[in-house]
Design a binder for this molecule. Sequence first.
Ligand SMILES: Nc1ncnc2c1ncn2[C@@H]1O[C@H](COP(=O)(O)OP(=O)(O)OP(=O)(O)O)[C@@H](O)[C@H]1O
Ligand SMILES: [Mg+2]
Length: 297
Amino acid sequence: MPALLQTELADLHLHARGKVRDIYSAGEFLLMVATDRISAFDHVLASGIPGKGNVLTQLSLFWFDFLADTVPNHLITADVEQYPADIAAHADELRGRSMLVAKANMFPVECVVRGYLSGSGWKDYQATGKVCGIALPAGLSESDRLPEPIFTPATKSADGEHDVNISFEEMTARIGRQAAENLRRLSLEIYNKAADYALTRGLILADTKFEFGRTSKGVVLADEALTPDSSRYWPLDSYVPGGPQKSFDKQYVRDYLEEIRWNKRSPAPALPEDVVARTREKYFEAYRLLTGSPLHV
Ligand SMILES: Nc1ncnc2c1ncn2[C@@H]1O[C@H](COP(=O)(O)OP(=O)(O)OP(=O)(O)O)[C@@H](O)[C@H]1O
Ligand SMILES: [Mg+2]
């Protein structure tokens, strides 16, 4: 199975191409197609991971369903047979890796929840003793569990390439206090519910990022949800705080890119076949561990 790096759905209007998703206009809806593109260090690599788009889509669907009582979401349908006729004509390319969603007016804030100290949170803590302005106990180590999960919003940098952490006060200045408090409450509630469940499946949900938007139905959870691309999952049985944990999915990719000493500038390199194969296995393993059944594509 070759990787799907880009879709070219003739006769449909391309609304946007993200790092991973191709998004088409579909009347009042959007068609979100998860390709097999993979990014590392903020760059899309020249190789894709075959079936990765299916894993991301199916895991988001799993979580949307799991969280249905907690938060409404943007999903209209992922059943290609129910897509509008002009889109359904592309059913074979879209099946399993796409969703028809309500077009949302997105809040320009990434809603990050951290239950553990890692990544930019760990850097921030080392420098300031806080994460995004939230004071934490002294003496924490990298990957430690936090006394309680914290909400640490971020925005896209001006170049759109990477995220910049902001304080909750900055978030309220951008979207208003009521909306900010609502998104914080929702994000923490979703994180807690998902993290509790993930633990029962042998995975620590260290942190995750949500995106919300406004539709005619009110505030909805949009974008992808709780996938390995938007979340840090760590295997519970190999968790040892006091240093970095192996990234569940992209570790082989990162290791390879460090090994070849890529300067992290364009053009991003391609990946050797074994790195692609092992990374692919990790994405599928994440799906199997979280849902309890293997994903067949
Ligand atoms: N219901 C929706 N309505 C409008 N825009 C949406 C909706 N759901 C998601 N989006 C937007 O669609 C895009 C998803 O594409 P993708 O994830 O590839 O992009 P990206 O965010 O640039 O990449 P990355 O996730 O690596 O930052 C994001 O810009 C997201 O904000
Ligand atoms: Mg995204």
